[in-house]
Design a protein around this ligand. Structure first.
Ligand SMILES: Nc1nc2c(c(=O)[nH]1)N[C@H]1C(S)=C(S)[C@@H](COP(=O)(O)OP(=O)(O)OC[C@H]3O[C@@H](n4cnc5c(=O)[nH]c(N)nc54)[C@H](O)[C@@H]3O)O[C@H]1N2
Ligand SMILES: Nc1nc2c(c(=O)[nH]1)N[C@H]1C(S)=C(S)[C@@H](COP(=O)(O)OP(=O)(O)OC[C@H]3O[C@@H](n4cnc5c(=O)[nH]c(N)nc54)[C@H](O)[C@@H]3O)O[C@H]1N2
Ligand SMILES: [Mo]
Length: 757
C-alpha cells in the first residue's frame, strides 16, 4: 500500500532551538532512524531491508563511501545509512496523475524537502517544449528525443553529461564511453564540488588522486587528525573505526570550528555497552580553528617539528625517507622556517600552547593519519592547504607504512569508483589510449567542462543539452539564481533519477525524467560493483522488488540511448546491456588494477586496488618522488562588520535530499533556515539571539541575498558563522572557486547579516 507523503510544504513556523548535544548515536539515533523508515515503508519492509545493508551478499549502503570491515555485524549500517535506505525503499510513489495535478512551475515553488517526500518516480515523463506539464512517454520515444537533440548540435561540446556519485562502476563505464563516443569530455561530476581539491593536491604531490590508507591502517595508527569533517552525521561508521583505533592506543585530534557531537563523544549503537552509559570520548584534543585556518595550522606544526629537530638532531625528521622518496624539501624548509606567528594566530585563532601541545602529540606518535572532508576542500586555497597536510606527513615519513598516510573521506558511495571508471572532464592520455585500443575509435582529448564551467556554458548559450546521471544539479551547485536561469536556457534537460527533485522542475525548454532502479532493488539476476573511500572494490546486489515495473537500470538506459544515437551496429552496447560481466571484462582491459575483475569481485568482500604510495612507497609524479611544495600563507581578512559563512549539512539530510527538519546534535528542531553565530559577534553587531535576519553576500558583481534566517548563538570562532546547504547556495558566487580545482568555495562566503524589519 502506498504511504502518504505530506500534502503541504513545510515552513519554519515550528522551528525551535534547544541545547546542542555532546554525544552522537546511541538509542536516540536508532529510534530516530526507525521512525523515518517506518513512515516511508512500514515495519516489516524496514527490517527486511536493513538486514541486507552492507552484508557480503547484500547491497552497498547508498549513504556514504566509508568502507566495511572484515567482521561485519548483523547491522552494518548507521542511523543515517538507514535513512538513506528508507528514502530509496520508500513505498510512496510519484505517478502520472501527480504530474497532471502539479504543473512544472508549481513544482519549482516547492522545497527540496517536499519534492523528495513525494516518493519514487515510476515511469518516464516528458515535458514537450513550451509546455508546463510533464506527460508520460515511452522509453523508446524518450531515447529518440534525446538522440535527435544530440544529433542536431553543431558540435558535441554543446552537450553536458553530469554524474552524481551513486552510479555503479558498470554504469559509469558505459556512460563515459557513450559520452566519448559522442565526441566530448564534458563530464562534470559531483566530485568537482566535493573532493576535487584533494584529487588536485594529491595527484601533484603523491601521484595518486585518492587516499593512501586502508581501514587496517586506521585501526593501527598512533595519532589520527580529523580535520574539517563531521563524521557523527556524515560518516557515522567512521566513529566505530576511531573507537577501535582508540582501544588500540590511538589519540584523536579534532580540528573544526564547531564542537561536532560525534567527535566529542560517541555511543556505538551496535554494542550492548554503547547504548547506555556515557560512550567513548573520541577526540583527545579539540582545536576550535577559525574557518580557513588549516594551512596556517599545518605550517605551524611543521615549523615546530623543524625546531624540535634542531633541539635534538636526528630524532624528528625521517631523513632517510625525505632523501630517498621526496623532492623539494630544502625550498619548503626555508619557507616554513620563515613563518610569521602573528599570521598563524590570526588565521587559526588558536593559542601557541594549543599548537605546542599538538606538536607533543605528533612527536609521541610513530604513525600519523590525517583524515579530512569538505572543511578542507571548499575554500579558495584548498589545494595549497591539502598540499601543506602532505608536507606535514612527509616530514616524518608518515606515508606508505602501517598506520600512516592521507585519508580524504569521500562522500557519495561510489564517487571514487566513478572517477576510476573515467568520469572525468580531464582524462589522462593513458586512459584515452586504452579506450581507443579497446573500442577502435579515437576519443576526444581536449579537456571538457567541469561543473562551474558547465554552468557558464549554459548561461552563455555555448551548451544546449544537459543530461544528468543522478544527482540534483540545480540545488547542489552554487549561485542558485544564475544556475537556474542557465538551466532554463537549455534546449533539453534529461534527469536519470530515483526521486523527484528540483532539477526536474527547474529544467530546459524540453525536459525528460528517466526513472531508474536504486541500489536496493533487484536488477534481474545482475549485480554491480562499487569502490569505497579506501579503494576496495566489491559487489552490490539489490534484493527489493523495483519501485515500479517501468524502471530501467542505469546501464540499460545508457546502452539503449547509445543504440538510438549510434545505431545497432556500433560498439557492443547490446551485449553490455544483457551481460554486466562483459562490461567488467572490458574494464579489466582498460582500467589499471582491474585484472581478472569478474573473478576477483566475486570473492567475499571483493579486492583492493593497487595503491603505489601505500603498497611500495612509489610516487607516480612528475619528479618520480613525493613532492614537498611551497604554499604561501595568506590570511583571509574579513571586512569590518562582515562574517565568513560556511555552508554545511544538518543531521537530517543527504546533500539536497532532506530526510527531516531536525538537526538533533546541534539542537535545532523543525526548521532549517538558521544561522549559527558566535555570541560575541552578535553582541558587537547588535543582533539578538533568536532574531530574524537576511544573509547578504557581497561580490564584485553585486549582492546576493538569502532571506529569513533565525539567528542561533552558537559555539563557533569569532568572525565565523554557519548555515545549511542547499538553502544558502544562492549566496555562493559562481566565480568564487578554489584555485586549480575550480571547486565552489562553499565553506568561505563573506556575508553581512541584515536584520529583518
Ligand atoms: N548523512 C549524510 N551523510 C553524508 C552526506 C550527507 O549530506 N548526509 N553527504 C555525503 C557527501 S557527498 C560528502 S562530501 C560528505 C561530507 O561530509 P562533511 O565534510 O563532514 O560535511 P559538511 O556538513 O559539509 O561538514 C563540514 C565540516 O567541516 C567543518 N569545517 C568547515 N570549514 C572548515 C575549515 O575551514 N576548517 C576546518 N578544520 N573545518 C571546517 C564544519 O564545521 C563541519 O564539521 O558526507 C557524505 N555523507
Ligand atoms: N553550498 C554547498 N553546496 C554543496 C556542498 C556544500 O557543502 N555546500 N556540497 C557539495 C557536494 S560535497 C556534493 S557531493 C554535491 C552533491 O550533488 P548531487 O550528487 O548532484 O546531489 P544529491 O543531493 O546527492 O542528489 C540527489 C538526487 O540523486 C538521485 N539519486 C539518488 N540515488 C540515485 C541512484 O542510485 N541513481 C540515480 N540515477 N539517481 C539517484 C535522486 O533523484 C536524488 O534526488 O553538492 C555540493 N554542493
Ligand atoms: Mo560530496
Amino acid at each position: 500500500m502506498a504511504k502518504k507523503a505530506p500534502q503541504h510544504d513545510v515552513g519554519d513556523e515550528a522551528l525551535h532551538v534547544g541545547p546542542s548535544k555532546q554525544w552522537a548515536a546511541g538509542v536516540p539515533g536508532v529510534v530516530h532512524s526507525l521512525q523515518i523508515s517506518y513512515a516511508q515503508m512500514g515495519a516489516k519492509r524496514t527490517l527486511l531491508t536493513l538486514a541486507q545493508v552492507n552484508q557480503k551478499n547484500g547491497f552497498d549502503c547508498p549513504g556514504c563511501a566509508w568502507p566495511e570491515g572484515d567482521h561485519r555485524s548483523f547491522a552494518e549500517f548507521c542511523e543515517n545509512g538507514a535513512k538513506a535506505v528508507a528514502e530509496e525503499a520508500t513505498l510512496r510513489r510519484v505517478t502520472r496523475e501527480f504530474f497532471t495535478e502539479h504543473s512544472v512551475s508549481e513544482l519549482a515553488r516547492r522545497s527540496d524537502y517536499w519534492l523528495g517526500q513525494q516518493g519514487r518516480l515510476t515511469e518516464p515523463m516528458h515535458k514537450p517544449a513550451g509546455s508546463d506539464h510533464y506527460v508520460p512517454v515511452s522509453w523508446d520515444k524518450a531515447f529518440t528525443v534525446i538522440a535527435e537533440h544530440l544529433k542536431k548540435l553543431d558540435d558535441p561540446n554543446e552537450a553536458l553529461f553530469y554524474t552524481s556519485g551513486r552510479t555503479s562502476n558498470e554504469a559509469a563505464y558505459v556512460y563515459q564511453l557513450l559520452v566519448r563516443r559522442f565526441g566530448t569530455n564534458n563530464l562534470p561530476d559531483c566530485s568537482n564540488m566535493c573532493h576535487e581539491s584533494s584529487g588536485s593536491a594529491l595527484t601533484e604531490t603523491l601521484g595518486i588522486g585518492k587516499g593512501t590508507v586502508s581501514l587496517e591502517d586506521l585501526h593501527k595508527s598512533d595519532l589520527i587528525f580529523v580535520v574539517g569533517q563531521n563524521p557523527g552525521t556524515n560518516h557515522p561508521r567512521m566513529l566505530s573505526a576511531l573507537e577501535r583505533a582508540k582501544k588500540n592506543g590511538a589519540r584523536v585530534i579534532a580540528v573544526n570550528p564547531l564542537p561536532e557531537a560525534g567527535l566529542l563523544r560517541f555511543k556505538n549503537p551496535q554494542k550492548p555497552g554503547g547504548v547506555v552509559g556515557n560512550g567513548t570520548q573520541i577526540a583527545d584534543r579539540f582545536l576550535q580553528i577559525r574557518l580557513n585556518g588549516d594551512l596556517a595550522l599545518f605550517q605551524a606544526l611543521s615549523h615546530q617539528l623543524l625546531e624540535a629537530e634542531d633541539a635534538a638532531p636526528g630524532t624528528v625528521i625521517d631523513r632517510e625517507f625525505v632523501e630517498r622518496h621526496t623532492h623539494g624539501f630544502d625550498d619548503w624548509e626555508k619557507h616554513v622556517r620563515a613563518l610569521d606567528w602573528n599570521d598563524v594566530e590570526e588565521a587559526t585563532g588558536l593559542s601557541r600552547t594549543e599548537i605546542d601541545d599538538t606538536v607533543k602529540d605528533v612527536l609521541g606518535a610513530k604513525s600519523v593519519i590525517v583524515c579530512w572532508a569538505m572543511g578542507l576542500t571548499q575554500h579558495k586555497n584548498s589545494v595549497p592547504t591539502i598540499r601543506e597536510v602532505v608536507n606535514f606527513l612527509l616530514l616524518r615519513g608518515n606515508m606508505g607504512r602501517p598506520g600512516a598516510g592521507v585519508c580524504p573521506v569521500r562522500g557519495h558511495s561510489n564517487v571514487q569508483g566513478d572517477r576510476t571508471m573515467g568520469i572525468y572532464e580531464k582524462p589522462p592520455a593513458a586512459f584515452i589510449d586504452a579506450l581507443r585500443d579497446e573500442f577502435g575509435f579515437e576519443p576526444p582529448r581536449e579537456h571538457g567542462h567541469d561543473v562551474v564551467d558547465s554552468i557558464r556554458a549554459l548561461r552563455d548559450g555555448r551548451a544546449k543539452v544537459f543530461i544528468a546521471m543522478g544527482g540534483n544539479f540545480v540545488s547542489a551547485t552554487p549561485d542558485t539564481d544564475v544556475t537556474e536561469a542557465a538551466l532554463r536556457k537549455a534546449e533539453l534537460t534529461v534527469q536519470v533519477s530515483t526521486k523527484l527533485n528540483r532539477s526536474h522542475a527547474v529544467c530546459g525548454d524540453e525536459a525528460l525524467i528517466l526513472p531508474t532502479l536504486g541500489r536496493t532493488e533487484r536488477d534481474g539476476d545482475r549485480f554491480v560493483t562499487v569502490e569505497d573511500s579506501m579503494g576496495m572494490v566489491h559487489a552490490s546486489r539489490g534484493r527489493l522488488r523495483p519501485a515500479s515495473p517501468d524502471l530501467l537500470s542505469e546501464v540499460t538506459i545508457v546502452t539503449r540511448l547509445a543504440r538510438a544515437l549510434f545505431g545497432a551496429d556500433d560498439l557492443p552496447w547490446e551485449s553490455f546491456e544483457s551481460d554486466y560481466d562483459a562490461i567488467r571484462d572490458s574494464i579489466a582491459r582498460v582500467v589499471p588494477g582491474f585484472d581478472d575483475f569478474n573473478a576477483r569481485v566475486r570473492a567475499p568482500g571483493g579486492f583492493a586496488l593497487p595503491n603505489a604510495p601505500r603498497d611500495e612507497r612509489r610516487f607516480n609524479t612528475v619528479t618520480g618522488k613525493a613532492n614537498f611544495t611551497v604554499n604561501p600563507l595568506e590570511v583571509l581578512r574579513i571586512p569590518e562588520g562582515r562574517l565568513l559563512l560556511q555552508t554545511l549539512r544538518s543531521h537530517d539530510q543527504y546533500n539536497t535530499t532532506i530526510y527531516g527538519l531536525d538537526d538533533r546534535y546541534r539542537g535545532v528542531h523543525q526548521g532549517r533556515r538558521v544561522v549559527f553565530v558566535n555570541p560575541d559577534d552578535l553582541a558587537k553587531l547588535g543582533i539578538a539571539d533568536g532574531s530574524m535576519v537576511d544573509l547578504v553576500s557581497e561580490w564584485p558583481d553585486g549582492e546576493r541575498r538569502a532571506e529569513g534566517f533565525r539567528v542561533i548563538a552558537y559555539s563557533t570562532p569569532r568572525g565565523n558563522c554557519a548555515a545549511y546547504y542547499p538553502e544558502t547556495n544562492v549566496l555562493v558566487p559562481l566565480d568564487s572557486v578554489a584555485e586549480t580545482s575550480n571547486t565552489p568555495t562553499s565553506k568561505s562566503v563573506v556575508v553581512r547579516i541584515s536584520p529583518r524589519a
